[in-house]
Structure formats: C-alpha cells, structure tokens
Design a protein around this ligand. Structure first.
Ligand SMILES: [Ca+2]
Ligand SMILES: [Ca+2]
Ligand SMILES: [Ca+2]
Ligand SMILES: [Ca+2]
Length: 305
C-alpha cells in the first residue's frame, strides 16, 4: 500500500512487542527505516502486544486507517486524522458487544457485494467475516463463520509424518487471513495461515532408522544444553548493549530496543542460530521417527462459490 500517497508502495506492520510501524518505499526496491505511528497528541499508538494489523481506508475519507487484532481479543479501528497522525483506538463491536478475537489478524474485502468493505477476522480458533453496514462502522453485527474451532490444542491427525496430509481438514490456531482472488474467477477468496500440532501414526522403523533414532536420542539433550548455554551468553550481550543489569530491571525504553539488540547480537554471532538449527532439526527428525506430534503451519484457501 502507499502510506504517504507519493505513488511508491510502502510497507506497514504490527509487532509482537507493541507498536505499529510503516517503512516508506524509496522507489528502488529498498525501504526507509521504520517509523512508529503516533497519535495526533504525539503519543505512540500502542494498543497492545501481538498486533495483527493492516492499513485500510475504513472510514472512506481517502486516507489509510489502521485496523488491528490483539493478543487478548479486542479488535481496534484507529483513525488516520490526517498527515499520518492517528486518533485513539476504538473497539469494534458485534451486536453491541466488544469483539473478542484473541491473537486476531485482519483483512478486508466486499464479500456480499453491497459495495461496502467487510472485515475478515482470524483468531486463536475461528475465521469469520463481519459485514459492514455503513462506511466506517464500528458496530458490525453477526459474523459469518468460515471456520469455527473448538478451542482445543490437541494434535491433529495426519496420514503420514512426511507429507502431513491431515485426516480431517481442520484449521489450527492463530489464524491469519489474506484476501485475494486466488482462482481468478473475479470473486474474492480468502487464504488463511495457521499454527498447529500434527501427529502421524507411528511407523515400523527399518533397522537403519532405529539406529538413527537411537543416535539422535543420545545427542538431543546435549544439543538442547548447547542452545541454553548460548541463550544465557546472548542475554548477557543483549543486556550489555542496552546498558541494563537484568531483564527485570529494564526500563520501557530499553525494552523497546530489546528486539533490535537481539537481532544485532544474533547477526554478530551465528552460533545461536546454528545451535537452534541443530537442535530443531534433530528434534523434528526424532518426532517423525517416533510418530510424535510436531508443530506445523498450514495455509488454507476458502474459495468463494
Ligand atoms: Ca509511498
Ligand atoms: Ca480514512
Ligand atoms: Ca460488503
Ligand atoms: Ca475467486
């Protein structure tokens, strides 16, 4: 999207640690440093953590507003009051009650063809369309559920540990939607990413696989230990960079720079990434050989009939 209206595509992102940012496109494929969006009063717009946010002209006045999901459930409309200065967040409601969509993520499209853009909302369990009855509405009425989960984090059964084709097509949690005409028939469709646990039936191991499993089981504790050791030394380096004594004593300002310091330390020393990689590769292979549950993210498509 073009955040500042100069004809060059920009990027916009929510974040885990709080904060909403845009990165202005430079016209040569690169982007300027992040800019944190602020209220007209000068205060940053930080409704919460784990912001699944997108920019969209929700109130139809020609500038891009923000709609964001949050980790605890509220979904907010944040109006662009002009010149990329924003108002206070306003909670969206459904039938007069605040929408609760924990770990929510949003996207937009007119799904009932009335010319008004509707809100597609994914969360920990569900994927739904909230139809908009007027431009800029904050009360959205009853949702249409495309998928309703049961709030269970139990592993879903797959036919095979390698292909991970699920026995039943069930979405996992942390569902994040994206709207596009996927099959090019002129009707908008929805793509949704998730996070889930998958379990495949245990298989009969060959003697080579049994040996591989035994070897990996012998190594795994050591590999885990290596990541802990690395993590401790990294934390020390991060705290040093931030000028903080301990994580508990960090100021808000130091906290806001934690992610940046973490990335810097990671890039200065690839040991941590290597240690993580070695551990997770071994762990995934053990899970596969034992037929244990593993984590996976699937992408689903909902084609509009
Ligand atoms: Ca731009
Ligand atoms: Ca607007
Ligand atoms: Ca509509
Ligand atoms: Ca389509």
């Amino acid at each position: 999207m073009d955040v500042n209206g100069d004809g060059i595509q920009d990027m916009f992102s929510g974040s885990y640690t709080a904060g909403l940012f845009y990165f202005l496109g430079q016209g040569d494929g690169t982007h300027a440093d992040k800019v944190s969006i602020k209220q007209t009063s000068g205060e940053p717009v930080n409704p919460e953590s784990a912001l699944g946010a997108k920019m969209f002209d929700w109130d139809g006045d020609g500038d891009l507003d923000v709609i964001t999901g949050t980790i605890s459930g509220p979904v907010y409309f944040i109006e662009n009051e002009g010149d990329l200065k924003f108002g206070k967040e306003v909670e969206l409601t459904s039938n007069g009650e605040a929408i609760s969509a924990p770990d929510g993520g949003v996207c937009f499209g007119d799904f009932n063809g009335d010319g008004l853009t509707d809100l597609v909302l994914g969360d920990d369990d569900n994927l739904a369309i909230y139809y908009c009855s007027e431009v800029g509405a904050t009360e959205l009425g009853d949702p249409d559920f495309l998928f309703k989960g049961e709030g269970s984090w139990e592993a879903k059964e797959a036919n095979d540990a390698k292909t991970l084709v699920l026995k039943e097509p069930l979405l996992g949690s942390r569902i994040k939607p994206c709207v596009t005409d996927w099959n090019g028939d002129g009707k908008l469709d929805i793509l949704a990413g998730d996070y889930t646990y998958v379990k495949a039936p245990a298989k009969d191991l060959t003697s080579a696989e049994k040996k591989e499993l035994a070897d990996l089981e012998e190594q795994i504790d050591e590999l885990a230990e290596a990541t802990y050791t690395y993590y401790d030394s990294m934390e020390e380096k991060i705290l040093e960079k931030l000028g903080a004594k301990s994580v508990e004593d960090m100021t808000e300002e130091q906290m806001s720079r934690y992610g940046e310091a973490y990335s810097e330390v990671m890039s200065e020393d690839e040991g941590m990434a290597d240690a993580n990689e070695a551990y997770s590769t071994a762990y995934a292979r053990i899970s596969e050989l034992r037929g244990e549950q593993q984590t996976h993210g699937f992408v689903w498509v909902f084609l509009q009939a």
